[in-house]
Design a protein around this ligand. Structure first.
Ligand SMILES: *Cc1c(COP(=O)(O)O)cnc(C)c1O
Length: 450
């Protein structure tokens, strides 16, 4: 009989979690204790949900923790990113360069500013913006580069910052996957001109719907406030041209953070580094056990360089089908699921292939929104971004371990080892991969009611 569970063998993974979010379960996240509950209830009971006092405390603590001078809490990460783009000066006819393989909110709201997105390719090993492909995308219209520390991997900031400096464009970091992570000893979110993060319940820094912007630049900070946080846009601003406009939000947006989120955020922040450290210990252990196994590679940085994988949000692995007789990643994942490991193929689909970026006339301009204010057609052609278009066949998610419990992790290690070792049995019946692998988003509401 085959060893593979897909063909009737015993499952490698027998772990059954507690499904409690008190830290007893291997996967349940975020960890919520009485401390979070008390903080949230305090705000709820006094009716402070729409105030700013707790949010300002959270911002102050976020600054102390991250090393940024200014922070601005927002209603979600998408709003923080839009405010960061506006803060960096992005406006009508401007271009922002963004990797094509990321969550849509990294760049899509640039279209509401009348700006357009120019997509750049990613590196097949880091899955982040490839600096070698970046410079060719810069034009006299480029205002900013959106860097995403994708799937927790710190992007190559030295190279990217050098290119940005040379061409005098701003760098925005999307830190939604990597809050608290390091790049060569420096905190992510403090290297570019401004950064924005989602703090949504599915992220590693999870406080509920919420986002945060951080910067050392007072003008960017004040522009971000002026755009969507009207009650904090006052005449005592330092940026002269903003002063006379105080009182109404320039963007007509309302970005205020819900204080049940900031109250939760203050508590989560206290424990965040410690919890991430445990995650990294667990995840690094997982990959250490799989070192040298044909067909799979870790997607992780070498911590000896002073960089790390933050809270290892949306952990993925790299796939090398050539080492497994051309086995499709789809079939590979099917075998892993049969072993009891919930693994699926692909990552985010390349944004430049979506109709919103090609044909949609969202604002009735009589032409696709993407090029409505551009001075040329910036839309990519098929095969322009080769890595972005094919990376789905070379990636899969891996379990996001929250606890350093080697006995449990070893079960998942055994599942991967078993599937890789027995790949030949899987070749028969392999239907191959569909043409596009991955999704536009992958957050699922897993929370169950009691
Ligand atoms: C989740 C996410 C966002 C958007 O944040 P929301 O809080 O959901 O609005 C932006 N960028 C990336 C890379 C994300 O993963």
């Amino acid at each position: 009989m085959s060893e593979l569970a897909l063909f009737g063998g015993p499952k490698a993974v027998t772990y059954v979690g507690t499904d409690l979010n008190d830290g007893s379960d291997m996967f349940k996240w975020p960890i919520i204790t009485k401390e979070d509950e008390d903080a949230v209830l305090e705000v709820l009971r006094r009716g402070g949900m729409s105030g700013t006092d707790v949010t300002k405390e959270f911002e102050k603590e976020y600054c102390e923790w991250s090393g940024s001078k200014y922070a601005l809490g927002t209603c979600n990460g998408t709003a923080a990113l839009l405010a960061a783009m506006y803060g960096a000066g992005l406006g009508r006819g401007d271009e922002i360069i963004c990797p094509s393989v990321t969550y849509w909110a990294s760049c899509t709201s640039a279209l509401t500013l009348g700006a357009t997105v120019v997509f750049a390719d990613i590196d097949p090993l880091t899955l982040c913006l490839d600096p070698k492909k970046l410079e060719a995308k810069i034009t006299d219209k480029t205002k900013a580069i959106m860097v995403v520390h994708y799937l927790s991997y710190p992007a190559d900031m030295d190279e990217i910052m050098a290119i940005a400096k040379k061409h005098n464009v701003k760098v925005i970091e999307d830190v939604s996957h990597a809050q608290g992570g390091l790049y060569k000893g420096r905190k992510l979110g403090t290297i570019g001109d401004v950064a924005a993060s989602s703090l949504m319940a599915g992220k590693s820094f999870a406080i509920g719907e919420g986002g945060i912007l951080q910067t050392d630049d007072i003008e960017i900070y004040e522009r971000a406030i002026a755009f969507g946080t009207y009650e904090r846009f006052t005449k005592d601003f330092q940026t002269e041209y903003l002063k006379p406009l105080a009182g109404l939000p320039l963007g007509g947006h309302k970005h205020r953070m819900h204080q049940l989120s900031s109250a939760c955020g203050r508590v989560q922040l206290k424990h965040y580094d410690e919890r991430c450290e445990e995650i990294r210990k667990a995840m690094n252990y997982f990959w250490d056990q799989l070192e040298g196994v044909p067909g799979i590679r870790a997607h992780r940085v070498d911590e000896k360089t002073g960089s790390n994988m933050a809270g290892w949000y949306a952990a993925h692995g790299l796939y090398v089908p050539e080492e497994l007789g051309g086995l499709s990643v789809t079939r590979f994942c099917e075998a892993l699921r049969a072993e009891g490991a919930p693994i699926g193929p692909g990552c985010n689909l390349a944004l430049h292939t979506h109709p919103v970026y090609n044909v949609a006339d969202v604002y009735n301009d009589g032409q696709p929104t993407r090029i409505a204010f551009a001075n040329k057609d910036v839309r990519e052609m098929d095969n322009d971004l080769e890595v972005s278009e094919t990376i789905g066949k070379r990636t899969y998610n891996i379990p996001w371990f929250k606890k350093f419990d080697t006995e449990i992790i070893d079960q998942y290690v055994a599942a991967f080892k078993k599937v890789c070792a027995n790949y030949e049995e899987l070749l028969e019946g392999d239907q191959g991969d569909p043409e596009k692998l991955g999704g536009w988003h992958f957050f699922k509401h897993t929370a169950k009611k009691d």
